[in-house]
Design a protein around this ligand. Structure first.
Ligand code: ADP
Ligand code: MG
Length: 319
């Protein structure tokens, strides 16, 4: 893997965009969705490693309150300083939390290890943390969001430059993933409603008797019917939601195809573009590397998963 040259990611480009976007210069990618055990930490760790091997400066951040274990996937002990120390003001800068890993260009910020955690962040803190994360001296900041659909998790997912979902090819995990997407949709709708000040319009559309199984896509059509101008603005806001999907632990072609079905269903039901960026095979090297507490891509460079990750990262980088 090599650093893509020239037009897309040259230093000049990022310098320029950091001026335009204020202090924020790092791109933030958030990995979320579903329950525990679907591979969020695996994806966070190995996407981070791929980017670091390509020459980008990467900080991986563990925001999984209940089960912080990103450090294990990256082969480092629990860092002494965690986000809790920042939230309780024991350290004043996120930079003080950065711990290097054995991999060039890759460091980690560890999540809260106690109750003083991400779970209780207020809106203001959340916005501040996101802004500070974007100011870290890095090209990419990769967030391991952990399980669940708390507002915090949803807000980090929505506000990131890319929100990436991991799902397993089994009914329970697929259901959980739709539940997450639905929560993201509703949260975004609420944000757009406030931004555009169109609460009454949405209420009117919701109260209108449409057919029994009406979908969020139907609701949008109804809003546009009532007020085309605001309706299209709302649609444009919602269209900014373009979650990425990774299907993990695939064993058959049918498993791979689940991602394509989910894409179609999201388009139909939510009117949302779910971008299926690739799959990861079920592979014994994953638990072997976890057992050894070594990063998969470094420990098993010939694993089938290396090719899987390479493809996914190229899709995410749009190259
Ligand atoms: N592609 C895979 N092949 C084999 N085992 C996997 C794979 N992905 C995940 N696992 C297993 O599932 C466990 C949970 O993965 P993890 O990334 O910790 O999930 P999460 O962060 O979503 O809780 C891993 O420790 C590993 O044993
Ligand atoms: Mg995890």
């Amino acid at each position: 893997m090599s650093r893509p040259g020239g037009s897309l990611f040259s230093h000049n480009d990022s310098d320029m965009s950091s001026h335009i976007r204020g202090a924020r210069s790092a791109k933030i990618w958030a990995i979320g969705g579903g329950k525990g055990g679907v591979g969020k930490s695996l994806v966070t760790a190995n996407v981070s490693i791929c980017l670091a091997l390509m020459g980008y400066k990467v900080v991986a951040v563990d925001l999984d309150l209940g089960g912080a274990n990103l450090h294990t996937c990256l082969g480092v002990p629990i860092p002494d300083k965690t986000l809790s120390d920042y939230l309780t003001k024991k350290v004043s800068s996120l930079n003080d939390l950065i711990t290097p890993t054995a991999i060039d260009n890759l460091s980690i910020i560890s999540g809260a290890q106690d109750d003083v955690g991400i779970a209780n962040l207020r809106q203001m803190h959340k916005a501040k943390i996101l802004a500070r994360l974007g100011e870290l001296n890095a090209d990419y900041v990769i967030l391991d969001l952990g399980a669940g659909t708390s507002y915090n998790t949803l807000d980090f997912f929505i506000s990131a430059d890319q929100g990436i979902l991991t799902a397993l090819p089994e009914p329970t995990s697929i259901e959980n993933t739709y539940r997450f997407i639905k929560s993201v949709y509703h949260r975004k709708l609420k944000m757009a409603e406030e931004l555009l000040e169109i609460g009454p319009l949405i209420d009117q559309a919701m109260n209108a008797k449409i057919h029994q199984n009406s979908t969020p896509a139907d609701l949008m059509a109804r809003v546009i019917e009532i007020n085309p101008q605001m309706g299209h603005k709302l649609k444009a806001e919602i269209a900014k939601l373009q979650p990425k999907l990774i299907i993990n632990q695939v064993r058959t072609q049918a498993d791979v195809d689940i991602g394509f079905s989910m894409k179609i269903i999201c388009r139909k039901y939510f009117g949302m573009n779910l971008d299926y960026v690739g799959y990861l095979e079920y592979d014994a090297t994953v638990w072997q590397s976890v057992k050894k507490r070594k990063p998969l891509l470094m420990e098993f460079p010939n694993s089938a998963l290396v090719a899987n990750f390479d493809r996914i990262v190229h899709r995410l980088l749009n190259i």
